[in-house]
Design a protein around this ligand. Structure first.
Ligand code: AP5
Length: 214
């Protein structure tokens, strides 16, 4: 199963990726998580991209494409993968095709901008794993700590209200045009309503993906 997970910032891609990855035994390839790891480690790439991410803009296509191509060479990707946050621009999608990266379907989680703004304010994340929580809608079992490791949670630097607005604008101008691109590629396009509890959305997604895998 080779899937592109698509949707606006805060649509719930990271949350649902964890469920999908576990059920269908495919790795989640999150470009956002990969970049945040680099930034946290203070690598040259991390220092370069941090400013762009914190401003709500997009990291260069060249950087992203080579990062994803390298990651997909790893053994755990041979049986399938879930691309979370890639491709995000038309040039990235063109390069994906040129590199021979074939996918079976695009899965969109659809959520309105108003709902996204509400969600981002209360997000807390476990940076090492990318697991995310929400103080009201999706709280951890114990306040301030990750359910699985017990390690502390933190807030993302790009979740400031002004940056969220910028990320939404970037999504509408540079990422949404991919919907037409995917349609030209004749890819199976699955759109799931992303409003409801995380469990309800998970059920909707599994119902659709079970059809693909059977
Ligand atoms: P990235 O990390 O990919 O960010 P994003 O796409 O903006 O998505 P998020 O991770 O913010 O949200 P999500 O959809 O995963 O939602 P979540 O599940 O956490 O990218 C960050 C930056 O990196 C970009 O801005 C860019 O600079 C750079 N970048 C990354 N990829 C790139 C690329 N390909 N090209 C160029 N640059 C790139 O949920 C959000 C919140 O809502 C959480 O608090 C969660 O608990 C809560 N929640 C989840 N589900 C529900 C629900 N059903 N109801 C209520 N609340 C919910």
């Amino acid at each position: 199963m080779k899937i592109i997970l698509f949707g606006g910032p805060g649509a719930g891609k990271g949350t649902q990726s964890k469920f999908i990855s576990k059920r269908y035994r495919i790795p989640q390839i999150s470009t956002g998580d990969m970049l945040r790891t680099q930034a946290k480690q203070g690598t040259q790439l991390g220092l370069q991209v941090k400013k762009t991410m914190d401003s709500g803009g997009l990291v260069s296509d060249e950087t992203i494409v080579s990062m994803v191509k390298e990651r997909l060479k790893e053994d755990d990707c041979t049986g399938g993968f879930l691309l979370d946050g890639f491709p995000r621009t038309i040039p990235q999608a063109i390069n994906m095709v040129k590199a021979g990266i074939a996918v079976d379907a695009v899965l969109e989680i659809a959520v309105s901008d108003e709902q996204i703004i509400k969600r981002m304010g209360g997000r807390w994340v476990h940076l090492p794993s990318g697991r995310s929580y929400h103080i009201e809608f999706n709280p951890p079992k114990t306040d301030g700590v990750d359910d699985e490791t017990g390690e502390p949670l933190s807030q993302r630097d790009d979740d400031m209200p002004e940056t969220v607005k910028e990320r939404l604008a970037t999504y509408h101008s540079q990422t949404e045009p991919l919907v037409a691109f995917f349609s030209d590629m004749n890819l199976q396009y699955i759109k799931v309503d992303g409003v409801g509890t995380p469990e309800q959305i998970q059920e909707r997604i599994f119902r659709e993906l079970d059809k693909l895998s059977s």
